[in-house]
Design a binder for this molecule. Structure first.
Ligand SMILES: Nc1ncnc2c1ncn2[C@@H]1O[C@H](COP(=O)(O)OP(=O)(O)OP(=O)(O)O)[C@@H](O)[C@H]1O
Ligand SMILES: [Mg+2]
Length: 216
């Protein structure tokens, strides 16, 4: 079996000290395998965000060990953590985190700019990603001009844009495949996201025969 991408052992994180100490995480251990889809569920205040902050290298545990794609997160310095985040970790934030002054298209392109991808390649990738999330006709709108669900899909496209090129080259279908699975769930099990109601073209029966957009 392939090595796990996440190995968490006895992770603990407390906030505060003395009688007001909050044990947000106590001795949490688990593995996540490559390609495995995992949902973290629990009541409000049970430690989900605390755990995700640790997994993303945004915070450090008080005790325990955490490996992400083979790197010991507790041993990395700031530069090492930044590299790990850039190459392996994507978040879709609850609040989407879109840059208000940039169009949908420019928002999706931000991680690609940071990777210094050539302009033509970047524009092609962004177009494909917006198509994948059903926003081809909304590329030039600002976040404030998009619906909540559309903003969320821009954030998903941006998170997919951020997938490391290495995996894409090796596996061919990469994060788009994972994103596609996620979108199937989001869009009632259909293979493609459905264009929304405000002016976008509705899918016609023959559309189902078209191959879906793929990243290369
Ligand atoms: N910076 C902080 N300082 C002190 N206590 C904190 C801090 N951040 C979180 N906590 C506490 O740690 C516990 C876990 O918080 P966390 O944000 O991880 O919960 P959650 O499962 O994400 O909740 P929700 O579903 O409401 O988002 C809570 O009791 C919270 O009050
Ligand atoms: Mg939370």
């Amino acid at each position: 079996m392939a090595d796990p991408v996440i190995v968490a052992r006895s992770l603990s994180r407390t906030y505060g000290s003395g009688p007001t100490t909050i044990h947000a995480l106590r001795e949490v251990s688990f593995d996540v395998g490559p390609g495995e889809m995992v949902a973290v569920a629990g009541r409000s205040g049970s430690g989900k965000t605390t755990l995700l902050n640790l997994l993303g290298g945004l915070d450090q545990p008080d005790s325990g060990t955490l490996q992400v794609v083979g790197a010991d997160l507790t041993a990395l310095d700031d530069a090492g953590l930044s590299r790990l985040r850039r190459e392996h970790i994507s978040y879709v934030f609850q609040t989407f985190g879109l840059i208000p002054a940039l169009t949908a298209s420019e928002n999706v392109g931000v991680p690609l700019r940071m990777r210094r991808m050539p302009v033509a390649e970047r524009e092609q990738r962004v177009e494909l990603l917006l198509d994948l999330v059903g926003l081809r006709d909304h590329a030039q709108q600002l976040p404030g001009e998009l619906s909540g669900g559309q903003q969320q899909r821009v954030a998903i496209a941006r998170a997919l844009a951020d997938r490391p090129a290495r995996r894409r080259d090796r596996r061919g279908r990469d994060g788009a495949a994972a994103g596609h699975r996620g979108l199937r769930a989001d869009h009632g099990g259909r293979g493609h996201p459905r264009p929304d109601d405000d002016g976008a073209r509705r899918p016609r029966p023959h559309d189902r025969r078209r191959p879906g957009p793929r990243l290369r």
